[in-house]
Design a protein around this ligand. Structure first.
Ligand code: ATP
Ligand code: MG
Length: 373
């Protein structure tokens, strides 16, 4: 039997990038032999094993044949007679289909090295079209490697367009779509993910609301802006993406994508706040209106989420920075009101509630007074 390093590890090493996890493919072995050599079997569907010492993944060479539609419906064939080249042929992109022997020799039947040189994301074979997830993966690699100059090659783009036209993308389950979205939102150039999806037509299936020419650039601008801020979470990135949409549309889409609740909630808040922010005249702010917005965002129980809300709004509504600053100021002074101090003064129950409110209003009023005069 012979083991080869494959996939991301070989690719990243050739690109001079840090290699995170190393995957291996094993040719000429049976599961029995692997187990006899101390490997532990993981994964019920595919013959994948963990190395007894390094814990790295070793998969037996396999071929896959499409049976049904969508991501499911693959027949996996694995046996000692499956060759390295057959295994590499089922992979998505040529840059991911290079193998390396333990001696350091490269096996590259699909010319992945050439594509690394010319910075192309290219499908390995026509079998690419058997799995629509590969469209999302290709878009995600575009998001990761655009800063290095990579683009999707013409033929691959044409193939992806055909796949979308024949309805392949309709069969992706939301969980897989969201998993790829979530990763893509954190890649180096997240907007490249959406460019590729739009160019092949998949975006019209997955997030059709952001595809119109009047909407798409706004979504990308907001996304680029939150991406520039340090440590922005997935919630802020998704909310930026959906920020040009109406509240109900954004919420429906977030639900259809089955995004986590925190992501849904921030997207809903951002889109609900947008018309409210626009309706405020920053030259004549009103303390009551500002306090209502703080209530609506539940600033008191969710202060961190409020900061996320402000940072997305700043990116999505660049013309409203004065109003957003007012909201920030209002939140700072209003959170300074200490319920315990009022409790000590003898306020209780309902009275305590209205004393807190009165004090918050007063502080907001004082803070914005210089603008109103
Ligand atoms: P990363 O750096 O994100 O781990 P990777 O290229 O190693 O990138 P993995 O998801 O770890 O990606 O998959 C390992 C390899 O398996 C890929 O390089 C590719 O060759 C192959 N692969 C994974 N998923 C698919 C797929 N859906 N279709 C075809 N090949 C795939
Ligand atoms: Mg990997």
């Amino acid at each position: 039997m012979q083991a080869y390093l494959v996939g991301g590890a070989v690719r990243d090493e050739l690109l001079g990038l840090e290699v995170k996890d190393r995957d291996w493919v094993v040719v000429g072995a049976t599961p029995k032999e692997m187990l006899a050599n101390g490997f532990k079997q993981v994964g019920a569907d595919f013959p994948v094993f963990l190395h007894p010492r390094t814990r790295e993944e070793y998969a037996l060479a396999r071929t896959e044949r499409k049976q049904g539609r969508g991501y499911h419906g693959f027949t996996v064939y694995s046996a000692p007679d499956v060759t390295l080249e057959q295994d590499l042929r089922r992979r998505d992109l040529t840059i991911n289909a290079i193998a390396k022997t333990e001696d350091g020799d490269l096996v590259d039947p699909f010319h992945g090295r050439d594509d690394i040189k010319v910075r192309k994301l290219r499908h390995v074979s026509e079998a690419f079209s058997e799995d629509p997830l590969r469209i999302l993966r290709t878009a995600r690699f575009a998001a990761r490697f655009r800063p290095l100059g990579f683009t999707v090659c013409e033929q691959t783009m044409a193939l992806m367009q055909d796949m979308v036209a024949t309805g392949e993308v309709d069969h992706l389950v939301p969980e897989r779509v969201w998993q790829e979205f979530q990763r893509a939102l954190h890649e180096k150039a997240p907007e490249a993910f959406f460019d590729v999806l739009r160019d092949c037509g998949a975006l019209s299936v997955l997030v059709p609301e952001i595809t119109p020419p009047a909407v798409f650039p706004l979504a990308m601008k907001a996304l680029r802006c939150v991406d520039k801020q340090t440590n922005t979470a997935t919630e802020e990135r998704l909310a930026a993406l959906l920020s040009p949409l109406d509240e109900s549309v954004a919420l429906e889409r977030a639900k259809a994508l089955k995004v986590p609740n925190d992501c849904q909630n921030l997207a809903r808040l951002v889109t609900a706040f947008t018309p409210e922010i626009r309706s405020i005249d920053p030259q004549q702010p009103d303390a009551g209106t500002l306090l209502e917005l703080l209530d609506q965002a539940d600033l008191w129980r969710r202060p961190e989420r409020f900061l996320q809300l402000l940072s997305v709004l700043e990116c999505a509504l660049t013309d409203e920075s004065q109003t957003i600053d007012l909201l920030r100021t209002a939140s700072k002074v209003a959170t300074g009101v200490d319920p315990k101090a009022l409790l000590a003064k003898g306020f209780k129950g309902k009275e305590l509630g209205s004393a807190i409110r009165t004090e918050r209003l007063k502080r907001i009023g004082d803070a914005i007074a210089p603008i109103n005069h």
